[in-house]
Design a protein around this ligand. Structure first.
Ligand code: SF4
Length: 222
């Protein structure tokens, strides 16, 4: 196995299509991408269920709610004051500047669209790339802590690279293909949960084990 293509093919062969992102609309992807910051997805699901029950899953509906109402609805996702303010801000930008249309917010040259998202409060690179890829179907590779962990253990990263350097590497080595980027990130998350856990990774069950530096080094230990 060599390179990022080969890793993808092994993961795809083992885990099959992941069919992300779990959301019904592009705006719901944005909500999920913000709510999932620093929390588990199960907490996000509860917060989104509250927003759905309150009929607050469109930009126009969300901007009409007070910060206090939003905070209560998204409370299960944690950091609810910050996140309510971020959601309200992005919904306001969408309504005031883009007719509520996520595709319009993310239109134009990819770097310009990404810079537009990064300029919004509380939207960092991982959130911006998640929005571009999963809400707007733009070919922007998403890097997360799982990506760093797995590819460092494999020996394909040193572990000290900055976010942009890791993203650049994936985007240089892979074709700018939205379904590929979509599946690749989802498969990385699946591998991290099923095998490549932070503590006690299950290397014998991992489809990448034969070419993984971490697995090799740990097999050699007495
Ligand atoms: S072989 Fe082990 S350390 Fe390497 S990627 Fe798989 S689970 Fe992670």
């Amino acid at each position: 196995m060599s390179g990022l293509h080969a890793v993808f093919r092994r993961l795809e062969g083992r885990f099959g299509p992941q069919q992300w992102w779990p959301a019904e609309t592009p705006f719901e992807v944005i909500i999920g991408a913000i709510l999932t910051q620093n929390t588990a997805w199960t907490n996000v699901e509860q917060a989104i269920a509250n927003l759905r029950a309150a009929d607050v899953l469109t930009p126009a509906a969300l901007v009409r709610r007070s910060p206090e109402e939003l905070e209560q609805l998204i409370r299960p996702a944690g950091f609810f004051r910050q996140k309510a303010a971020r959601l309200h801000h992005v919904a306001t930008v969408l309504v005031d500047g883009y007719g509520g249309d996520v595709a319009a917010l993310c239109a134009g040259p990819l770097d310009a669209a990404r810079a537009r998202l990064l300029a919004l409060p509380g939207i960092g690179p991982e959130t911006a790339d998640s929005i571009l890829l999963y809400a707007a179907h733009r070919p922007s590779f998403v890097v997360d802590a799982y990506t760093r962990r797995i590819f460092t253990r494999l020996g394909l990263l040193t572990g000290s690279e900055r976010y942009e350097a890791i993203r650049d590497r994936f985007m240089a080595e892979l074709p700018a293909d939205v379904p590929l980027f979509n599946e690749y990130h989802a498969l990385i998350v699946t591998l991290a949960k099923v095998c490549c856990r932070k503590r006690r990774p299950d290397c014998p069950a991992c489809p990448l084990a034969t070419d993984c530096r971490f697995a090799r080094e740990n097999r050699q230990k007495p």
